[in-house]
Design a protein around this ligand. Sequence first.
Ligand code: PLP
Length: 362
Amino acid sequence: MSSLLPDFPWDTIASVKAKAAAHPGGIVDLSVGTPVDPVDPLIRAALSSVAEVPGYPTTHGTPELRQAAVDAMKRRFGITGVDPAAVLPVIGTKELIAGLPRLLGLGAEDLVVIPEVAYPTYEVGALLSGSRIIRADGLTQLGPEKPALIYLNSPSNPTGKVLGVEHLRKVVEFARERGAIVASDECYLGLTWEGRAVSILDPEVSDGDHTGLLAIHSLSKTSNLASYRAGFVTGDPELVAELLEVRKHSGMMLPFPIQAAMTAALGDDTHESQQRERYRARREVLRNALLQAGFRIDDSEAGLYLWSTRGEPCRTTLDWLAERGILAAPGEFYGPRGNQHVRIALTATDERIAVAAERLTS
Ligand SMILES: Cc1ncc(COP(=O)(O)O)c(C=O)c1O
């Protein structure tokens, strides 16, 4: 099966990483979006409070967890009309995305649409199911095609671009006309810096009808839970019931202590907004330093990355940064159209971000 998949791209930056690591002041690794701030004590306490429970958890998750997800979506994003039965916990959203086309029964006859510059796992999931893939940001690019699944990712990884209500409405209308499912990856919805990002399930987008729509939410970034593996998918009750049925048979259940941790995380907005403010401050420092160093930053209104360019091939920029001990991700990891950009993550400590800014501006 692995021969169906692209080479693991991170292997291709090993030498540039070694170069950055040789900097006398140490590497500032801004290549991956992995959280560095500790898990909030409230979440850790919830995890350990059920550490003695020995039985199997359910694939559907506890009622408390599903209700907490519904309440959090309403409080944080104004998403209404979600039945707790239509919430399905997943073991981090990456596994869901990698498996989704297969779980939905897609195969060689089916077309999966992914953004032109995209989180690589959308392509991986489509390849694993044997489906055809088109990279497209606009519906006109699809011509008369009738896709089975359309991925959206707003705010985007890697570009930080936010799709407006009108754009999202058009995608929903198109999908309904052509019988496509829309899977909206909303991993960065809670990390918006400029303007407003809305969910595909927002009444302004869906008119309160979630048919054919799936929203994918991760707690990895907003609650620093990447190590715990915690996310959920929600939306169309029938689609979620179908996913639940298949995942039940495959043992795709979230560990019980993680369910408890997730319930606590979804029930508390304080740690989530504290984390957002940490990233906001880091973004400000890094953004100013990059602009001062002559970079142009495109999109990046939201999310955990600065989509940056010096108007040259991304590997050249990667080298320039590595000479200063800074590691970024080359834009071409995310699709051919990213080949003049680098993705610079905000996920480093305040100290490392300050070091990066100092190196960029001196
Ligand atoms: C756009 C996007 N979706 C999904 C994920 C997966 O997150 P997780 O598996 O930690 O929930 C990531 C992680 O970086 C991401 O950037």
